[in-house]
Design a binder for this molecule. Structure first.
Ligand code: PHE
Length: 343
């Protein structure tokens, strides 16, 4: 083929390809044009390239240079058409988008430290056979008090110590009438809910929010989390309670954690104790515990002569703060990313 013919074949290919690509109005037309002109196997560019072999040897250099120009022109037209058809073309370009700026790494979120703690505690207790159970945060006095052996005149039911809700039934937020509701003040409510539905043996934990009208300071917040534990079976003793809590504390806090019981009182356990862990050389109170009171068993229809059990309630924030060296509970709920992203 003469150089002349080769160059004119290139020219017509170039104008035809660019015209076709410029007038392509959808992805199918674009794809058809791409295959026709730039297809790897049978594309027109490939065809012309093959014909270069028949151009006289001394003309081949100029043929090759022109071929490369045409190839680049068609590739540029392909890129333009693609950008235009996928919405990234010049007409639709976002004027505030500067493609020359370095890329920004997207900020990937992570699980809140309290949720991480809840997952961790659930996993440790799961290894000892405790299954997770849940109950509502809006409770009735039966589950929050009555079935837990907390009588009507008990100070724990005082409106100043609870978030009673105004409901359709109560109008105002009165307590002790039918329809009274409150934000649960303890997860012990879930003990009642589980026992009312199941028969012993029972081995559950319940992790969730509780509410008390405390002024926020470094160690108090009107909403916090508890881990409730309940084990009911035949011949359960305080030695079992102590072992479970000690194994738990050793797993969560690390090292060999000493545990101490101090005599206390809860209406729903007898005897009742405060639970302290010796960690880093200091005794710290983490919650309350005891043997389930016979009146609680009666309230859920169990025979206290037949079964026995223990229950405990530990502060989740306190555990989390100890483990991570957090000094102020309010940091957990301020939503400050500088704090939260450390966990
Ligand atoms: N519910 C008690 C509290 O909130 C803790 C507790 C749970 C005590 C179970 C004994 C048994 O303080």
């Amino acid at each position: 083929m003469s150089l002349q013919n080769f160059l004119s074949a290139l020219d017509s290919l170039k104008s035809e390809a660019i015209a076709t690509l410029d007038s392509a109005t959808d992805a199918d037309a674009f794809e058809a044009a791409r295959v026709k002109y730039a297809g790897q196997k049978k594309g027109a560019l490939k065809d012309v390239q093959k014909q270069m072999g028949s151009v006289a040897a001394e003309d081949r250099k100029s043929a090759g240079m022109r071929f490369n120009e045409v190839k680049q022109a068609i590739e540029a037209a392909l890129a333009d058409a693609q950008a235009r058809l996928t919405g990234g073309g010049e007409s639709g370009a976002d004027p505030t988008f500067d493609p020359t700026l370095p890329g920004v790494r997207p900020m990937i979120g992570h699980i809140h430290p309290i949720t991480q703690t809840i997952n961790h505690l659930t996993e440790i207790m799961g290894r000892m056979g405790f299954e997770a159970a849940e109950g509502p945060e809006v409770e009735d006095p039966h589950h929050n008090f009555v079935a837990l052996n907390i009588p009507e005149d008990h100070p724990a039911r005082d409106p100043l110590d609870n978030f009673y809700l105004a409901t359709a039934a109560t109008g105002d937020s009165k307590q002790n009438v039918e329809g009274t509701r409150l934000l649960r003040s303890q997860t012990s409510t879930v003990q009642i809910r589980v026992m009312a539905q199941r028969q012993p043996p029972i081995r559950v934990i319940s992790l969730g929010r509780v509410y008390r009208p405390d002024d926020p300071d470094a160690t108090h917040f009107p909403m916090f989390h508890q881990m409730e534990g309940l084990l009911v079976d035949k011949h359960v003793t305080m030695a079992n309670l102590k072992t479970v809590l000690r194994v738990f504390a050793t797993n969560y806090l690390g090292g060999d954690v000493e545990i101490r019981f101090r005599p206390s009182f809860f209406p729903f356990t007898e005897p009742s104790v405060e639970v302290d862990f010796l960690w880093d050389g200091t005794w710290i109170e983490f919650g309350g515990a005891g043997m389930v009171d016979p009146n609680v068993f009666r309230a859920v229809g169990y025979d206290p002569e037949e079964v026995s059990g223990f229950a405990f309630g530990l502060g989740v924030e306190r555990l989390c703060m100890r483990r991570h060296g957090i000094k102020d509970i309010r940091d957990l709920y301020s939503g400050d990313m500088r704090f939260l992203s450390q966990f």
